[in-house]
Design a protein around this ligand. Structure first.
Ligand SMILES: [Ca+2]
Length: 170
């Protein structure tokens, strides 16, 4: 009888141990997954990584098309929240030249796709682009070569980031 009584009590203890073990291994697994970016955690984008879960491309600039469009890793990218002068209008050559200086062909670039508006009407990927550690979308507006595209501030993943607000998003 004694033995029989002991068995359930041991069983209960080992059951508790099992639960503790399961919780611990679950926590370790989650910790590992977060560290390995298997589970994405929200963050503000910077030159070392992307925010959100849409595309994040590390590649080389193939060419600059105009003041707000370039190609990286075979992908045509439209700088989100940036409105550069149209080709053939005043300021267009300067805007294109500015972008070429920031992101010359062959330069390493990081492309952080806009999670809330993946592409524009022409199928170009909408993104924030980093070249030489600088957020190109921000720099070209600060330099006066382009304007903030205000009507997209609320539609964009980046519209509420401090740099966008400083440039006129609200
Ligand atoms: Ca993103």
């Amino acid at each position: 009888m004694r033995g029989r009584r002991k068995i359930p009590s041991i069983g209960l203890r080992s059951g508790k141990k099992k639960i503790i073990y399961l919780i611990l291994s679950l926590l370790l697994t989650i910790g590992y997954a977060v560290r390995r970016n298997v589970i994405p955690i929200p963050r503000t984008s910077d030159s070392s990584g992307c925010s959100g879960t849409a595309a994040c491309i590390s590649g080389f600039v193939e060419r600059v098309i105009d003041g707000d469009t370039l190609e990286v890793g075979g992908q045509r990218i439209r700088l989100v929240l940036v409105n550069a002068p149209e080709r053939g209008t005043r300021g267009a050559p300067e805007a294109t030249e500015f972008l070429r200086e920031m992101c010359p062909a062959g330069a390493a670039a990081l492309v952080d796709q806009d999670d809330l508006q993946l592409t524009d009407d022409y199928g170009r990927m909408l993104a924030v682009v980093w070249c030489n550690g600088k957020r190109v979308n921000e720099e070209i507006i600060r330099a006066g070569r382009a304007k903030i595209y205000g009507r997209f501030c609320r539609k964009s993943e980046f519209g509420m980031e401090p740099w966008a607000i400083a440039l006129g998003c609200e």
